[in-house]
Write a protein that binds this ligand. Structure first.
Ligand SMILES: Cc1cc2nc3c(=O)[nH]c(=O)nc-3n(C[C@H](O)[C@H](O)[C@H](O)COP(=O)(O)O)c2cc1C
Length: 190
């Protein structure tokens, strides 16, 4: 395996006006960027002017997004829970890629109001399974109602939260390196 930093894309899945997701994504990306084994890129879905319906040909914003996921070795998907699932904005973007996701690891940072985003994560595992991606067992779960958000809108760095952040990053790093080496030794099955 090479020692070059693993390119991790932190994908902010909510595009809702007034969303909590931007600060939560920035907080997680800052933790990831403190590690010298990872090179972090933030892909904020609110920054892509995606089309309102799936077009016949990829638009420039779709191509910019798929190029960014193609360049990444691993993903951290930051998702709220909406009605026991994940938001449509995230599904729209995930469905723009296929080869770009394959044989790469995906970790989750989930949050909700009253839940920690369990249903969103479990449903995303099914989606990423269809894309031949590997989902990380541990995940970060934040309940916005349980005082886990500080005044800045960022989660409080409690011991439990930091343990889950470290677990997700450790797993992404291990799987990311293993799969990067495997993809370079042999193309993933078609
Ligand atoms: C349409 C909608 C559905 C929601 N459903 C749930 C839910 O099922 N479980 C939950 O814990 N919180 C739910 N919430 C609360 C959100 O998790 C909370 O508003 C969070 O801030 C949304 O993320 P965002 O601000 O980044 O968009 C829902 C919020 C919205 C807008």
């Amino acid at each position: 395996m090479t020692d070059s930093p693993l390119r991790v894309a932190v994908i902010i899945g909510s595009t809702r006006a007034g969303r909590a997701g931007a600060e939560i994504g920035a907080w997680f990306a800052e933790h990831a960027a403190r590690r010298d084994d990872l090179a972090v890129d933030v892909l904020d879905l609110a920054g892509y002017a995606f089309p309102s319906s799936y077009p016949e040909r990829a638009t420039p914003s779709m191509s910019r997004f798929t190029a960014a996921i193609g360049a990444a070795d691993a993903f951290a998907v930051v998702t709220p829970e909406y009605n026991r699932s994940f938001p449509a904005s995230l599904k729209q973007a995930v469905d723009y890629g296929y080869d770009e996701w394959r044989a790469k690891p995906v970790g989750f940072v989930a949050y909700g109001s009253g839940s920690t985003g369990f249903y969103a994560v479990e449903q995303l595992r099914t989606v990423f399974g269809a894309l031949h991606a590997v989902t990380m067992c541990d995940w970060v779960g934040i309940d916005l109602l349980r005082n886990e958000i500080g005044g800045t809108g960022r989660p409080c760095d409690t011991d439990d939260v930091l343990r889950s952040v470290a677990a997700v990053l450790d797993q992404l790093s291990w799987w990311g390196r293993a799969l990067r080496a495997a993809r370079s030794a042999q193309p993933y099955v078609s």
